[in-house]
Design a protein around this ligand. Structure first.
Ligand SMILES: Nc1nc2c(c(=O)[nH]1)N[C@H]1C(S)=C(S)[C@@H](COP(=O)(O)OP(=O)(O)OC[C@H]3O[C@@H](n4cnc5c(=O)[nH]c(N)nc54)[C@H](O)[C@@H]3O)O[C@H]1N2
Ligand SMILES: Nc1nc2c(c(=O)[nH]1)N[C@H]1C(S)=C(S)[C@@H](COP(=O)(O)OP(=O)(O)OC[C@H]3O[C@@H](n4cnc5c(=O)[nH]c(N)nc54)[C@H](O)[C@@H]3O)O[C@H]1N2
Ligand SMILES: [Mo]
Length: 784
């Protein structure tokens, strides 16, 4: 069944083409584009077995994002173009052959782009890099697991190891993974959430007592007003557009707040409706506020202030007094704080006009049921935690939490990042969870908090962390400050990665390294007691099962559960009272333990088998109960400290193109933004570009400007004149990580500030694409 790998060509940034941005998302090109790669790479049968079973009740959960499935009837095509790309990328029959490792030294792989690495195909056998070697070589599973467990046992302290998780791991894998790690003796559990929605978890935890959305799927359809802040659903959560379309059909309004006029926020053509392809489509945003990056906190405060003023003019008619009296605390503090808010400061921070802010305030006051959604445009700003607390303030003022059609809705990224946290993948799990875990498995879990992603890099850098294992993901590509992160990873004694495909992290190594290949979610997971299913949790706390539909791409591949069980057994022996062999044979046994340990997961095996799975309990959503110290939802005063951008400088954000999933690059086009065949672009407002003395198409160096005085630069990026907000610029992630300092993190959540780097543009020092020779080959920017 497997195919060996056809040669993969690296892209040449000189081929870059720039056209007009699109004003609508996901019409005919959506369906067309979604089928093409699948048919080409997998053939008709494998395409049908995967695409038609995606997000179906008997199928697998799409791994492309955490957007929920509709609760009632589902379309036969319950997937989007980008979900289809994710499936094609994983379920490809192309595999990395055994000879590959001898043919390609690691030093050569380090020069390759993420695209090239990923396109080599699926990994099928464990490989090992010995100290001093520049090659991986295939090894048996037994050998690989022995090498790892012996290394772990040799460490002076369990805290010399850190264990990363990317948000694709199933609940079952995540649960036994954190059990293994805590059994080993550390809470060093950094995860991708640290770089993602950590700010949401912190802000919501402190204010409403839970770090998760307070809405269920149908609430999106029912709300009168949906405010979408710092999120690009057309690319990153395309199935959300269907919900937005229904909400509009039900008479609702949508407001988008973004520095970019993203196509998916403007108009939607539904490819699954007869009219969808040819018609004009549905206009989505009724109002678009083109905010300056980092300005959301000022905007939200200005709206809350207007809400309070409207209440003063018409006492009793604007605030939800009953709700506030019964459930909230802090109104006076908030009121006093906002009284000092200066309109001029707001206008400068937001780049908006007062009448646009008035209009949004009116919409908010006149809507009965409001949902606010947000993603990385908010969480990755310096003031992200404060901004989310302001979202909560605004919602609380009119009782928009814990009612149908209303609520706070962070839209999560990775398909099971939320479930992984529920299962205990967090460096700071509360004592109650640790108590339950210790009791269930008869051991004493460590209590000291572990490292998060930023602290893990510091630990590697300083020689305190010597062993790093990743359950999925691409830490080198995803983390900030590429040069610092890579140098830190090269300091490790052993680097182990459980992966489906090659990526940058497999090439940035210390002394010893191993790659353990694993099954993906599309594949049937054959175990001793028969094919297994796993379970996942989406962004609205709905837990359901996922079962692979195609045969594994190669014999001998192990599931994540099997790998972790074997590694745990080899490392821990019987240090915790767990039947590791039983876990690997029958995932029901894992779920029995989940029932006993994880709050809200009682009778997990029974409930997960119900038709739609089940909704996890959620105090604010279900009963307006708030698990805060006072038992009330907290209105908070958050200091406004707008980012200062000196003259001649811009605020840079790093974002996703339409052809990528995080660090996985499917291709070099960004269709909705009009970019083709390249990624080395910097989007700048035409007036800013002119003012800085540059023209569309110029080759520029993008220099970061920092307090630490270091020079970090992206070389030879092409200026694209683009309708972004004044004073703002954008480059793609992961390339942009070169410019994000390790120490620049969001206050309160320690998330890298990936959307707020002050930059200076200069004519390219090196001429045509890619800078130095090394970089033109690798297709990755230089870190200086
Ligand atoms: N196809 C695809 N799907 C994905 C992913 C993927 O890479 N590809 N990644 C997944 C993951 S892990 C995640 S976390 C999500 C990410 O989903 P998004 O958060 O939508 O991802 P980004 O591309 O980072 O886009 C951030 C948006 O915020 C805007 N923005 C930037 N700065 C500001 C600001 O200061 N204020 C406001 N109001 N807006 C701002 C940007 O213009 C952009 O529209 O998507 C998930 N789904
Ligand atoms: N500058 C900047 N940096 C960012 C962001 C940004 O917006 N700007 N966004 C941040 C965000 S939101 C996130 S979530 C992180 C993402 O960080 P990560 O989650 O670490 O990165 P991914 O690119 O999603 O990981 C892709 C790799 O996962 C592996 N993989 C895929 N499927 C599976 C599977 O089923 N099992 C296993 N074991 N492995 C698998 C493959 O080997 C693939 O190469 O990046 C963060 N970094
Ligand atoms: Mo994410």
């Amino acid at each position: 069944m497997t195919r060996s790998n056809p040669p993969v060509e690296e892209a040449d940034e000189n081929d870059l083409e720039v056209g007009e941005p699109k004003a609508w998302a996901a019409g005919l090109p959506g369906v067309y584009h979604s089928m093409q790669p699948a048919l080409k790479h997998m053939g008709a049968e494998r395409s049908a077995r995967t695409l038609l079973r995606m997000n179906q009740k008997q199928g697998f959960d799409c791994m492309s994002c955490a957007w929920p499935d509709p609760s009632g009837e589902r379309s036969t095509f319950e997937y989007c173009e980008n979900g289809a790309k994710a499936v094609t990328w994983e379920a490809t029959p192309v595999t990395v052959a055994s000879e590959f490792w001898a043919e390609h030294p690691i030093s050569e792989l380090r020069e390759r782009s993420e695209y090239w690495l990923g396109m080599q195909g699926r990994l099928t056998e464990p490989v090992y890099k010995a100290p001093g070697e520049d090659h991986y070589q295939p090894v048996s599973w037994d050998k690989a697991l022995t090498l790892i467990s012996e290394k772990l046992k040799s460490l002076a302290s369990p805290n010399e190891a850190a264990f990363y998780t990317s948000g694709r791991a199933s609940n079952e894998a995540a649960f036994i993974y954190q059990l293994f790690i805590r059994g080993f003796g550390t809470n060093n559990l950094p995860d991708c959430s640290n770089m993602c929605h950590e700010s949401s978890g912190v802000a919501m935890g402190e204010t409403i007592g839970i770090g998760k959305a307070t809405v269920a799927y149908n609430d999106y359809l029912e709300c009168d007003l949906m405010i979408v802040i710092g999120q690009n659903p057309g690319t990153n959560h395309p199935r959300m557009l269907s919900a937005m379309e229904k909400q509009k059909e039900n008479g609702g309004q949508i407001v988008a707040i973004n520095p970019l006029p993203e196509a998916g926020l403007r108009r939607f053509k539904n490819p699954q409706k007869p009219k969808g392809v040819l018609g004009r489509g549905t206009d989505l945003a009724d109002q678009f506020l083109q905010i300056r990056a980092g300005g959301d906190m000022a905007l939200l405060q200005a709206i809350s202030k207007r809400v309070l003023e409207a209440e003063d003019q018409n006492p009793g008619s604007v605030l939800d007094h009953d709700f506030i009296a019964q459930h909230c605390e802090g109104l006076d503090t908030l009121r006093a704080h906002l009284a000092h808010l200066d309109e001029q400061t707001v206008l400068e921070a937001t780049g908006l006009r007062s009448d646009a802010i008035d209009e949004l305030a009116d919409r908010y006051i006149n809507a009965e049921k409001v949902i606010i959604t947000w993603a990385m445009g908010v969480t990755q700003q310096k003031n992200g935690v404060g901004t989310i607390k302001e979202i909560i303030n605004l919602l609380l003022l009119r009782g928009n939490i814990g009612r149908p059609g209303a609520g706070a809705s962070p839209i999560r990224g990775h398909s099971n990042v939320q479930g992984d946290r529920t299962m205990g993948v967090w460096e700071q799990m509360p004592p109650s969870f640790l108590d339950a875990l210790g009791k269930e498995f008869s051991f004493e879990p460590p209590r000291d908090h572990g490292v998060d992603s930023v602290a893990a890099v510091r630990g590697m850098r300083d020689g305190e962390i010597k062993f790093f294992l990743s359950l999925g993901g691409n830490f080198a590509g995803a983390m900030s400050d590429t040069a610092a992160t890579e140098a830190a990873m090269q300091n490790l004694e052993m680097n182990v990665q459980i992966s489906t495909k090659l990526n940058r992290s497999h090439t940035v190594l210390g002394e010893e390294a191993l790659i353990l290949p694993t099954l993906g979610r599309t594949e049937v997971d054959h175990r001793a007691t028969g094919p297994q299913f796993v379970s996942v949790e989406d962004t609205v706390c709905a837990v359901h099962s996922s079962q692979g539909t195609v045969e594994p791409v190669a014999p001998g591949l192990l599931s994540e559960v099997a790998i972790i069980s074997r590694l745990a057994h080899a490392t821990l022996g019987d240090r915790v009272a767990a039947d590791w062999q039983g876990f690997e044979d029958d995932y029901d046994r894992i779920r029995d333990h989940i029932s006993h340990v994880v709050p809200g997961c009682e009778n997990y095996n029974r409930r997960i088998r119900e038709k739609d799975g089940f909704l996890l309990a959620n105090g604010p959503r279900d009963s307006r109960t708030f698990n805060t110290p006072s038992g009330r939802a907290m209105m908070t005063a958050n200091e406004l400290d707008p980012m200062q951008c000196p003259p001649g400088r811009l605020i840079l954000q790093t974002l996703r193109s339409h052809d990528q999933f995080n660090t996985t690059i499917y291709g070099y086009n960004d269709r909705y933004r009009g970019i083709k065949k390249g990624r080395h672009v910097v989007f700048v407002n035409p007036e800013d570009l002119a003012q800085l003395g540059f023209s569309d198409g110029d080759l520029l160096d993008v220099h970061g400007e920092y307090e630490d005085g270091k020079d970090r630069v992206l070389r030879s990026f092409r200026a694209v004149s683009y309708p972004t907000a004044r004073g703002c610029a954008a480059v793609y992630y992961p390339e942009g990580n070169v410019l994000v300092p390790l120490d620049d993190t969001v206050q309160g959540s320690n998330t890298p500030v990936s959307k707020g780097v002050i930059i200076r543009l200069e004519p390219a020092a090196d001429g045509p694409s890619g800078g130095s020779e090394e970089n033109s080959q690798r297709n990755m920017p230089a870190a200086v």
